[in-house]
Structures are given as C-alpha cells and as structure tokens.
Design a protein around this ligand. Structure first.
Ligand SMILES: Nc1ncnc2[nH]cnc12
Ligand SMILES: [Zn+2]
Length: 335
C-alpha cells in the first residue's frame, strides 16, 4: 500500500491553480472584516456550507464574490504566501499560478498593487525555502475580446513576470473564435498559449482552441474523450492537459471520482497532469487530488510516478530545469 509519506517525499509540480481559488475561508473572513466588505457568511462553517455547486457557473459566482475581499498589497501577499506554504507542505517544488487581473481591476485595484504583493511573497518563499514559480496571465472568457486586449496591453509592463497567456471562466457561449485576435497578439508578445477548454464544453471547443487560439496546452480538456480523433491528436502531439480531478467532481463534470477519465487518458499516453484548480473551494490541495485518484483507481507507484513526471514535462520550464527536477524525483524514489 502506498503511504502518504511516499507521496509527500516526491517533489511535484502544479500547473493549474488559480490564485483566487486558494483563498481559504478563514483568510476570506479576516480580509472581509478588515476591508469592510459585506459577505453572506460570518463563520468558516457558513462559507464551507455554501460550497455546494451544481455546475461551473454556480461556482464562479461565489469565486468572484470571495475574491472581492482582496484590496490591499498586503492582502495579495498573504493570499500568495498561504498557497506557497501549502506548496511546502505538499512538496510542490514548481508551480505555475494563474493570476486574473480583471477580477481586481473591476474593484479598482491596479497591477502595481496586486503584482507587488504576489511578487513579494514569491521572493520571500524563494529566499526562505526555495521554490520555482511561474505566473500565467489568465483572462476571463465572459468578458469582451477588447477588454481582454486592454488587459494584455496593461500587462506589457509585467511581461517578464508572465510566462503564458491563458483564459478561464465561462466557456459555453464564449467560443475560441471570439478570442482569435487576442491570442494572435499574445503570440506576437512571445507568451506561451493555453486556455481552459473541454471542461463543461464539448470536444469541438477543444479543436477550436487548438486551431483559432493556437494553444499548446489545455486546462481540463477532459471532454476530449467524446472524440477519439481528438484523443489521438493530443497524444501524437503530446499536448498537455492540466486535469483537476476533485474540481471535476465538485463541479459535476463527473458524478464521482471513479468515473473520471484521467487514468484512461494516461494509459493511452496522453500527457495528463494532476492539479487542484481552486483548492480552497473543492476540498483539497494537490496531494489530496493524488490521494483521491490513488484510492479510486488503486494506483501503484509506477502510475503515480508517471503522473508526477508529466507535471514537469508539461511545464514551461526549459529542458535543463526539467531534467534537474526529474533527477531529484529519481533520487527521491530510490532513497
Ligand atoms: N474550473 C474553472 N473553470 C473555469 N474557470 C475557472 N476559474 C476558476 N476555476 C475555474
Ligand atoms: Zn481552472
């Protein structure tokens, strides 16, 4: 039987985590009080009771409400530091974290405020225990392409801080061709390109994301199994899917973890990775997602190791840095 200690010893990467999705109930209530923001809950239990979602949209409504408590530089520092401390606990040595400026800009908070809070926390974590962090500029599909382009332009002052351009939020009703120009601009700026796709939406939307948005990495993508030709394409081109098992169950993409298709995809040599998405909302950080899969599918160490290795292979790290982490992983397994 595989122990929690064995999983903890493995250095891991996390590639799909929205920083606002790591806002834990206690921190949310503390910041709401400090900043004078009215929330419909006053205890941790009330917050957690509210987290019963019937679909993606019912979650997004609470997710944006939660993020509205973030106002000052220090708030962003604490949000990031809380997550980085969880990384240390879960032995995440490399994380690619989604930042969604539009959520903050809507509350009148500028890039200078949230970016300096985030960067200060990352610098502290790097100097205190050492961790590798990349940030992803994540724009929101429910907004217009012009709004997204305006934010892409604002991010020019921070282009060294963002490794990729991505999109999240409501995919149904906001198809890939809506954002073709945005992605052409993102590509010309030198960003890696990714997007949420095929979470609730059909395999057609994944094809559209690959073609109209020219993305090289897909967040979720689990609906690909509706189209065997698409699964072949993802496998042949080794296009990574950043999969979030507990999220998919909580947002009713799958009824239960045993119905999840990540292990089928792994066995078909699709480059699938394990991630937490919005860990504070979905009842688990990265190791909890691995444990849920281990229990449901009775995974052995070889399967788990394959998933962990995929996390580094699918990252935006340069090849030599990936190799350093692979060597570290091999030493952890042997030791
Ligand atoms: N799972 C998810 N799907 C789409 N947008 C999101 N924003 C945060 N989490 C998300
Ligand atoms: Zn997501």
């Amino acid at each position: 039987m595989m122990t929690s200690e064995w999983l903890s010893v493995l250095p891991k990467a996390e590639l799909h985590m929205h920083i606002d999705g790591s806002l834990q109930a206690e921190r949310m209530l503390q910041l709401a009080k400090k900043n004078g923001i009215d929330l419909p809950y006053s205890t941790v239990e009330e917050v957690e009771d509210a987290y019963q979602f019937k679909d993606l949209q019912s979650f997004l409504d609470l997710y944006y409400l939660g993020a509205s408590v973030l106002r000052e530089e220090d708030d962003f520092y604490h949000l990031m530091m809380d997550y980085l401390l969880k990384c240390r606990e879960d032995n995440i040595v490399h994380a690619e974290i989604m930042v969604e400026p539009q959520t903050y800009l809507a509350n009148g908070i500028g890039f200078d405020v949230f970016m300096s809070g985030f960067k200060r926390a990352i610098a502290d974590a790097k100097s205190q225990w050492g961790i590798s962090i990349l940030l992803i500029l994540s724009l929101l599909k429910h907004t217009t392409e012009d709004e997204c382009i305006a934010v892409l332009n604002m991010a020019d002052d921070y282009s060294d801080d963002f490794v990729a351009l991505g999109m999240a939020s409501t995919e149904i009703g906001n198809p890939p061709n809506k954002f073709q120009r945005l992605y052409e601009l993102g590509k010309s700026r030198g960003y890696n390109l990714q997007t949420h796709s095929g979470e609730e939406g059909s395999a057609d939307l994944i094809w559209g994301s690959l073609e109209a948005m020219q993305v090289k990495r897909i967040d979720h993508g689990v609906r690909c199994t509706d189209d065997p030709l698409l699964v072949d394409h993802l496998k042949n081109h080794q296009i990574p899917l950043t999969v979030c098992p507990l999220s998919n169950v909580r947002l009713r993409v799958f009824d239960k973890i045993e119905d999840h298709n990540i292990i089928d995809l792994l066995k078909k040599d699709v480059l699938v990775t394990v991630n937490s998405d919005d860990p504070a909302y979905f009842g688990g950080f990265l190791n909890d997602n691995y444990h849920a899969l281990i229990d449901a599918f009775d995974l052995d160490k070889t399967d788990v190791l394959a998933l962990v290795k995929n996390g580094f292979r699918a990252s935006y790290l340069p090849e030599d840095r990936v190799q350093v982490f692979m060597d570290e992983l091999d030493r952890a397994v042997d030791g």
